[in-house]
Design a protein around this ligand. Structure first.
Ligand SMILES: Cc1cc2nc3c(=O)[nH]c(=O)nc-3n(C[C@H](O)[C@H](O)[C@H](O)COP(=O)(O)OP(=O)(O)OC[C@H]3O[C@@H](n4cnc5c(N)ncnc54)[C@H](O)[C@@H]3O)c2cc1C
Length: 662
């Protein structure tokens, strides 16, 4: 079972992360604090407030509960990203995704759904007549095609698509209509579908899933509140049991796909603990349910609104009860899927951007030459191809881990951060600059959608916050193994500030320090190693080996960072964020090299080579060489020549404000 931890760590700001809270986990062993989580006690030792320690501790416990949902081999310590850093050998085979095996009946639903959207796009009828939202008849026709039931099992009227098929399909749908692709992710991953199919009892599945599968009820995920975004321990929406019903009061903000008649996964507090209620919103607003629309630039056609519930009654049978964990466990379960879906969407959206760049770059002449023949423009095309290929690699890899049953939270965080950052870079650095002033015209792909290109950096977890959450998951086990005993020994001896020159302190710490020293010395003599690489070109092999070697050496730096900052590590956000970024980059590089080597396509291989060179330079803090510039511009020229199959057949954008070329 895949899952998401519920986290919003006050210290590292792990909103929407579901990642571990393991940094600075030295804990004290006095009886009263033994019941507290490591993070709680570490924060207290660090002089933080009771309130902060309590909230962080609650999140920490939720994370442990989520881990327990998984068989040991699929828990975080056994996930590829974690093992790459801490195992004696980087397990290369775990970074190999596999192409989705889509059952024929699922493929049929997908083709039918694409046909519906293509038909309406060609007719100009995707949006309602007011141009505000996706038209109701489009949503209904998609329902008839089976679009909304892709992730619902056949028993409940869906088609039970494997997640890897669903994720790669979203890339294809994004190329046709990114908003409709995003709505499938909201509905199926973070909305009501995933909570009910993963945590619902038989009666709840029977009651909700068929209507969600048919699209009779579209769904949304309602977590964020005016006062609770990054800090989910600040949730205020409450549900109180009154007879056979919960009475709900509260306000939600920024909810995508929200409107009367929708079914939402509502995260609220029941007896002060987070819970998820599946709520059928009424067909019309009333005194108990009011939407709160506002002007929002991003996702403007996806009905993103706030809403207020006042004494709103929900049958008590609508409460989901996970075997372990609480409402945040459920809420974050779907976010794992949503993050991969986001990366898949980014990959499709960047294909659209690239397809829009080419006609303009061929059309526009400056100083007597088409700009497509210029190095700067070719470099942009080459870089964008690299981003697309790396996103494809991450989507295939993460989705296959989810299908295998991994928790794969660290891996999905990588996909989310990389997908959203790539889309942002592609939009601004690559597309906007190539289109020049016309980028800002009404009707231009960039101008009309720029907010949609940026918003994924924020929703489903702001990237830097997630990066810190990734780091915490990475260090949790190591901290528990070696640093927590040191903290306990310090507390037992009543030492607040350890001084290694003080023999009494050294004596108090002799046991845990000896254990850590043993590990440290063993690492000093350990050479980075990895399991064997599959057959691949020399170029990609070098990249894969570089990434594997970097990862194989990273544990000393990670452990050293924990050692240097000790209890203050939770406050060293910049350091955590920076180191997290580099570990993620090395993983992206390994994955991309392996993925590209399986594609048997020289342009994909060239794109992977370029992005891997970019990452290498970042990891080594180097400047680009002339050789690199030759490689990336040659790749750009090949793309301009129509050799990148990923964008073959995409509609070429209209040239705005055309003029007569001499
Ligand atoms: C287009 C769009 C669609 C959305 N869809 C949904 C949806 O469907 N359902 C839903 O529930 N929510 C949704 N959201 C909400 C989204 O998930 C939140 O906006 C996001 O989690 C950030 O919360 P916030 O906006 O309250 O940021 P804040 O909590 O105000 O944080 C702002 C920034 O402060 C920094 N920060 C905060 N805390 C810390 C800390 N401890 N340490 C360091 N830095 C910190 C971070 O950089 C953070 O991004 C959507 C948002 C948008 C824009």
């Amino acid at each position: 079972m895949d899952s998401h931890a519920a986290e919003a760590d006050e210290k590292t700001g792990a909103t929407h992360s579901g990642a571990g809270n393991g940094s600075a986990r030295a804990a004290v062993a006095t009886p009263e604090v033994e019941k507290q989580s490591f993070a709680e006690t570490a924060l207290k030792l660090g002089g933080k407030s009771e309130e902060e320690a309590r909230r962080t501790g609650a999140i920490d416990k939720a994370d442990d509960q989520v881990e327990a949902l998984f068989a040991p081999q699929y828990q975080t310590v056994n996930s590829p990203a974690h093992r790459a850093v801490w195992d004696d050998q980087v397990p290369v085979e775990l970074f190999q995704g596999a192409p989705a095996k889509t059952p024929p009946e699922v493929a049929k639903v997908m083709e039918a759904s694409l046909a519906v959207v293509r038909k309406h796009r060609e007719a100009g009828t995707v949006l309602d007549p007011a141009g505000r939202s996706i038209a109701k008849n489009v949503l209904d026709e998609l329902g008839d095609a089976g679009y909304w039931g892709l992730l619902v099992s056949r028993d409940y009227g869906g088609s039970g698509a494997p997640f890897s098929s669903f994720a790669s399909f979203l890339t294809r749908m994004s190329v046709v209509d990114p908003t409709i692709s995003g709505m499938a992710s909201v509905h199926g991953c973070i909305g009501a579908v995933d909570p009910v199919r993963s945590f619902g009892n038989a009666e709840q599945k029977q009651r909700f899933l068929p209507r969600l599968a048919s699209g009779e009820r579209l769904s949304a995920f309602a977590l964020t509140e005016p006062n609770a975004g990054s800090d989910l321990t600040a949730l205020r929406t409450r549900a109180e049991l009154d007879g056979n019903e919960y009475v709900v009061n509260g306000e939600k903000l920024f909810i995508t796909n929200l409107g009367p008649g929708r079914t939402i996964g509502l995260v609220c507090l029941v007896e002060k603990r987070p819970a998820v209620l599946i709520v059928d919103l009424p067909a019309e607003e009333n005194e108990h349910f009011r939407c709160k629309p506002y002007g929002l630039y991003a996702l403007k056609h996806a009905s993103n609104q706030g809403f207020v519930l006042k004494d709103f009654r929900v049958p008590k049978e609508n409460m989901l009860k996970p075997v372990k964990g609480d409402g945040l466990t459920i809420a974050y379960h779907g976010l794992n899927l949503g993050r991969v879906a986001l990366c898949a969407g980014a990959s499709g959206t960047m294909r659209l951007m690239m397809a829009s760049m080419l006609p303009w770059a061929r059309y526009r002449k400056t100083y007597g030459q088409q700009i497509v023949s210029r190095e700067l423009v070719q470099r942009r095309l080459g870089r964008m191809a690299g981003l697309i290929v790396a996103c494809d690699a991450l989507v295939e890899w993460c989705a296959s881990l989810i299908d295998q049953g991994y928790r794969s939270e660290m891996e999905c965080v990588i996909a989310k951060i990389f997908g959203s950052e790539s889309q942002k870079e592609a939009a601004i650095e690559l597309m906007m600059k190539t289109h020049g002033g016309r980028s800002f015209l009404h009707g231009h792909l960039f101008g009309d959608n720029v907010h949609d290109y940026l918003a994924p950096c924020i929703y489903e977890g702001e990237g830097e916050m997630l990066g810190m959450a990734f780091f915490k998951s990475l260090v949790k086990h190591h901290g528990t193994q070696f640093f927590e005993p040191i903290g306990k020994a310090l507390a037992a001896a009543g030492i607040k500030k350890p001084n290694m020159a003080n023999p009494a302190h050294m004596w108090a710490l002799r046991g845990p320090l000896a254990a850590y020293s043993k590990w440290y010395v063993a690492q000093k003599f350990h050479r980075a190693a990895w399991t064997s690489l599959p057959p691949m070109s020399e170029t990609l092999r070098k990249h894969a080996e570089f990434a594997a070697e970097w990862l194989g050496r990273a544990r000393m730096e990670v452990s050293g960072t924990m050692r240097n900052h000790q209890l203050a590590l939770a406050d060293r956000q910049c350091r955590m964020s920076e180191l997290s970024r580099r570990v993620q980059d090395a993983i992206i590089m390994l994955c991309t090299a392996l993925y590209a080597s399986r594609q048997n396509d020289p342009v994909v291989e060239g794109a992977a080579d370029c992005i891997c060179q970019d990452i290498t330079r970042g990891l080594l803090s180097e400047r680009p060489s002339d050789r690199y510039f030759r490689t990336v511009t040659k790749l750009g020229a090949a793309i301009a020549d129509g050799q990148f199959k990923s964008i073959a057949g995409l509609p070429e954008g209209e040239i705005l404000m055309p003029y007569k070329n001499e």
